[in-house]
Design a protein around this ligand. Structure first.
Ligand SMILES: NC(=O)CC[C@H](N)C(=O)O
Length: 430
């Protein structure tokens, strides 16, 4: 390597000043390529058809200096975000509309995405808040009775970037080895690799309040239940309505549908809704929802949780669980590359049973930092991290993962019944 430049094996030359910032990276600046994909159906003459979406060149530039040429099938532009990989085989529409992905590019490890298109029912919020979608191959056709649109049209309409034709397995291995990486996705040919690399290294998801952008702006009532056609757990209803206030830190609709199906009357409130106002509404319970980003970047939300602790039964899901952990006196930390997928085994310490769960988080609560009396109720069996908490003295329960699934397995749906039981016990004893 010369003193001022480095030449990769593929002949790509960059100044050494752009060599990876962190000492730990093993890979130098390199242009990586996936073998081009050919379409599986095609005209008899050539075996190749025109792709039914408009496509142009794109690049994913990661902060470790790797550059991944790709094709775009969504909106044009340049975006910076943290790259995470999701191992779910299905459910890309729910993933695209999960507000917890704000500030992130989602790479799907399933090699082909888009085959069921999108439909009107699988939306988990009104908008797509994630920064972009990264996939190996976009399905050339869609086939599903609910499909109303192709994935490419959906992304374009929502001004969302999507890229394909890059080696998603190699990128996933890199994330697993090096940990989360920031990156820039761009279709702009006028921007140099160096500019994009600089952008990816000048940005950080840590310390940013991403909740304020995704939370609702004013309170509203939620009434929709799970469609009976899809409801698999109807025998557990108590019949009595419980009044629940749901703090919206980026709430997924299926949390609200499941609560509603379990007989709750729900008011959704913004993340900044004062605890005193919530208490005035005399709820039977409070839910703290999932939400994007760093739980340490939203001290106002931790304060709200603290003010409500011990006054009413509370249930935290994912970000809600992390905020509860902090409000109880514990600490959260950033994991190496997080958990994103629909196949995470979790042990319920109380029953000894293992649930296969849907997960989406990059932060976790450090159990050693929690005060006495707080019980770790669930453990992620892949890495032993804390997956659930309970503090009976204050009627607190929380899960680091997603009992509402969407997408994912339904093993943990009973957690909603446990919240109903918690509210019932608290009501009976007051
Ligand atoms: N799904 C969520 O609520 C995500 C929680 C938090 N943003 C994390 O990444 O850990």
């Amino acid at each position: 390597m010369a003193a001022t430049t480095m030449t990769t094996t593929l002949g790509f030359v960059l100044p050494t000043s752009l060599s990876p910032r962190r000492g730990g990276f093993r890979v130098s600046v390199i242009r990586c390529s996936a073998s081009p994909l050919t379409t599986s159906t095609g005209s008899a003459a050539s075996g190749i058809v025109e792709k039914p979406w408009s496509t142009y060149d794109a690049r994913l530039v990661l902060e470790d200096g790797s550059i991944w040429p790709a094709k775009s099938f969504g909106a044009p532009g340049t975006r910076v975000a943290e790259l995470v990989f999701n191992t779910s085989l299905t459910g890309y529409q729910e993933i695209l509309t999960d507000p917890s992905y704000a500030g992130q590019f989602v790479l799907m490890t399933n090699p082909q995405i888009g085959n069921t298109g999108v439909n009107l029912d699988d939306e988990e919020s009104e908008q797509c808040f994630l920064a972009g979608l990264v996939i190996r191959s976009l399905s050339i056709s869609t086939s599903n009775w609910r499909c109303t649109k192709t994935l490419a049209d959906y992304l374009t309409e929502r001004n969302l970037m999507g890229i394909y034709d890059l080696d998603t397995r190699a990128i996933t291995r890199r994330l697993r080895e090096e940990g989360s990486l920031n990156g820039v996705l761009s279709t702009e040919q006028s921007k140099t690799d160096e500019e994009l690399l600089h952008m990816s290294r000048s940005w950080d998801i840590v310390g940013i309040d991403l909740i304020s952008d995704v939370s609702c702006k004013s309170p509203y009532e939620w009434v929709d239940k799970t469609d009976p056609e899809w409801d698999f757990n109807t025998n557990t209803r108590d019949g009595k309505p419980y009044r629940v206030i749901a703090y919206d830190f980026g709430i997924k609709h299926n949390i609200l549908r499941r609560l509603s199906s379990y007989g709750c009357q729900i008011t959704v409130v913004p993340s900044t809704f004062p605890a005193s106002e919530a208490l005035k509404m005399n709820p039977d319970g409070i839910l703290f929802s999932n939400g994007p980003g760093d739980p340490s970047a939203v001290p106002y939300a931790v304060e709200t949780v603290k003010e409500l602790l011990g006054k009413v039964p509370v249930y935290g899901i994912c970000m809600g669980h992390q905020l509860l952990g902090q409000a109880l006196g514990g600490k959260t930390f950033k994991m190496k590359f997080g958990h994103h997928g629909g196949n995470h085994p979790v042990r319920n310490n109380r029953t000894g049973q293992v649930e296969i769960s849907a997960q989406n988080h990059n932060y976790a609560v450090d159990p050693a930092s929690l005060p006495g009396g707080v019980e770790v109720t669930h453990v992620n069996l892949n890495d032993g991290s804390c997956a659930g908490l309970s503090f009976p003295a204050m009627n607190v329960m929380s899960l680091q993962y997603h009992p509402e699934a969407s997408p994912g397995p339904h093993d943990s749906d009973n957690a909603f019944r446990e919240f109903i039981e918690l509210m019932k016990r608290s009501k009976q004893s007051s």
